[in-house]
Design a protein around this ligand. Sequence first.
Ligand code: UD1
Length: 418
Amino acid sequence: MDKLVIAGGARLTGEVEVSGAKNAALPILAASLLCNEKVNLKNLPQLCDITTMFKVLDILGVKSCETEEEISIHPEGIDNFEAPYDLVKQMRASILVLGPLLGRFGKARVSLPGGCAIGSRPIDLHLKGLERLGTEIRIEGGYIEAKATRLKGNEIYLDFPSVGATLNLIMAATLAEGETIIEEAAKEPEVVDLISFLNTMGAKIEGAGGDRLQITGVKELRGGTYKIIPDRIEAGTFMVAATITQGEILVKGANIEHLGAVVTKLEELGASIEKEADGICVASREIRHPIEIKTMPHPGFPTDMQAQFMALATITPGTSIITETIFENRFMHVSELNRMGADIIVEGNSAIIKGASRLFGASVMATDLRASAALVLAGLIAEGTTEVLRVYHLDRGYERIEEKLSRLGANIWRKKDE
Ligand code: UD1
């Protein structure tokens, strides 16, 4: 198993390129199951989760080939409709093949994903919505067995704007007969990107980025070429890296429209943020003000940036409060940050962070993807050496993070953990 070793104290400066968005690429790869011609995707990030999704597609009979510029996906020869436990347990987002398999073939057998480190993460909203479209669902032997002759459009109201449920239902409804309305749909940029991909391939979906989506079923989707949006969470993580090290970074390719709440909170802390022609420039000389953050569905503050801001709050003068409303157990980084000298207590779903002037290097253990990013950020400013163990969590969502940080001046390297 690899670990990252960081000698803290360097001020990060320079330019960094943001990769394609993992959470847009995963549903778009799944949505290629709906097409009956070749799909070319550009700007796919090279990440473990993307490799896992390719393994799922491969098992279903989808071939793919890669050039330097793009990846071509051939969904013409699908001959299997089962996503096995072995792959789903590696990556929950494998559940995203359920909607498109049902939409195109009227059958799917997908392992139930189970909980994960950040919460129980049920999928009841996915399943209820699919039932509204005429799917018969049985749970047997840990698998969702779903079938339908042809899905029929219907009105679906989501009790919560779940990103995954919205994605699955959009994909299922794309080839359904008639019109589907999804009320209280998720508005995340990755949902908008999926819709824009599907519309490029011939779908008829209106309302992207709003609460109400209107999907008029079409008979088939063609193939085509599509470029995935930049990763707003990777961009936000580098923006925090600039602020926490009191550096100056041009985050190239970042789209400021996807990062409203993150920009506002960094400005409140005292960072200066400029929109440039090719990205976002973040400069920070002094972190002045404590923050209050409450995670919310988009356009609210993203839960996927909560841990990184907590690392920042540990060295911000005064008392900051971070409240997590999306996942019930997303404070696993607190005890690790405290081992580095932070002063954080958790009360219910809020973390109260008393800013100190210093953190100290330690061996710390990552428990999930964004928690790992928070520990790397803390390591960048800690006195002495920090080792972040279990880097495989980071590799799921950050492309070559240590190379990107090194180029900005960080002293960071990857080592085999003996
Ligand atoms: C996606 C993102 C993840 C991000 C999250 C919230 C991907 C691969 N992952 O996860 O990085 O943190 O959105 O922005 O895109 N819920 C239910 N029933 C359901 C579905 C969800 O109760 O059927 C609950 C979940 O347990 C959770 C909340 O709704 O508490 C949000 O989940 P959801 O928006 O679905 O997140 P994911 O799609 O799993």
